[in-house]
Design a protein. Structure first.
Lengths: 150, 202
């Protein structure tokens, strides 16, 4: 009986040790990732870097075509107005834009890669939010700082 | 068995309603919708596993909530949210192959709450980062690698919520004194209200 109890207690201790080790490992992963995000500070400004060029938001809205999309949000129609992304790319002197892919990067490092056909439908608002009416919202990126051309 | 199926539909419907209402509200105000909703999902699943002790029930609940989220006529990223909800159910089932709700050790309860919270949030999020682009355009590995630190960092909050929530769930008394007829009637009404609210776009 005593032997059985000792065996049972050893099993509980082993289980506690394994579960605690996994939980601490995940906690350490989370804390390290938070620290990395704080260290990965990305400079913000009133411009967006496209390839090697800095394109200022004011210039974008003066030069590029402006478009408005109407989106149904909780039964309320919401308008998003912004400059066409394809115009911005053309403004940045990218050669053969249809042959490239575009990596859109937010200030927190979140990024999504899209193709030219998506860029032709997308807009950027004055708040530097990119809206793709033809793509799910995982692709709608806030606080965009950079568009890399691949 | 019948009671468990009704409970699965009931809790899945309430979860789906919360995803469509509270989830959208939090998302539109940038209030950490993913973390809050994954934590609520874990609490629902852990509580029902503790109460009904039925494997597979939580995956069923997740499937119902995912269907409701997908067919909600309004709202944010329906596809990503639906995928994420269903994956959360599968992750829970995978972690809970071992019946953790029978554990008496507080260390194990806190640890399993933490592990479940973190894994449900992180893997659910990673799954949407892979599956959503695969469905709508193309999946790029460099996007996932770049977004991984954000996912792993935010998972910390889900871990802490899970670590606190699970021991509290286990402290809830199991005994209920509801008559069967009342149980089924109340469940039917709540399921109907949840579905009508979702279809109406709440």
């Amino acid at each position: 009986m005593l032997k059985y109890r000792n065996h049972n207690s050893q099993n509980v201790n082993k289980k506690e040790a394994i579960v605690s080790a996994v939980a601490f490992f995940l906690l350490a992963t989370g804390i390290t990732s938070n620290a990395y995000l704080h260290l990965r500070h990305i400079e913000k400004g009133d411009y967006i870097s496209i390839g090697n060029e800095k394109v200022y938001i004011d210039d974008i809205f003066e030069t590029c075509g402006i478009m408005t999309f109407e989106v149904n949000e909780k039964g309320v129609m919401k308008n998003y107005t912004g400059a066409l992304l394809s115009d911005i790319i053309n403004m940045s002197h990218i050669e053969n834009p249809q042959e490239h892919k575009y990596v859109i990067i937010a200030s927190d490092g979140y990024q999504k890669t899209v193709e030219w056909k998506d860029m032709m439908n997308g807009i950027i608002t004055e708040e530097k939010r990119i809206i793709f009416p033809n793509l799910p919202r995982a692709f709608w990126i806030r606080d965009v700082i950079k568009i890399e051309v691949m | 068995m019948r009671k468990r199926i009704v409970a699965m539909i009931l809790f899945g419907s309430i979860w789906g309603l919360l995803e469509c209402s509270l989830g959208d509200y939090l998302h539109s105000r940038h209030l950490g919708a993913g973390i809050v909703m994954a934590s609520i999902a874990f609490i629902f699943m852990a509580y029902t596993r503790y109460l009904y002790n039925a494997r597979g029930m939580q995956a069923g609940m997740a499937a119902i909530a995912a269907i409701m989220r997908h067919f909600n006529p309004v709202g944010g990223c329906l596809l990503c949210a639906s995928i994420s909800i269903f994956i959360e159910g599968l992750i829970f089932e995978a972690i809970w192959i071992i019946p953790w709700h029978h554990e008496r050790s507080n260390i194990v309860k806190v640890g399993i709450g933490a592990i479940s919270g973190y894994m449900i949030y992180s893997i659910g999020f990673i799954a949407t980062q892979i599956i959503t682009p695969m469905i709508v355009s193309k999946f790029y590995l460099h996007d996932l690698i770049s977004n991984l630190p954000i996912i792993l960092a935010n998972g910390t909050y889900a871990l802490l919520i899970g670590a606190i929530a699970f021991p509290l769930i286990m402290a809830i008394p199991k005994e209920t004194r509801i008559k069967d007829s009342l149980y089924y009637a109340a469940s039917a009404v709540l399921v109907a209200i949840s579905w009508m609210a979702v279809i109406a776009g709440i």
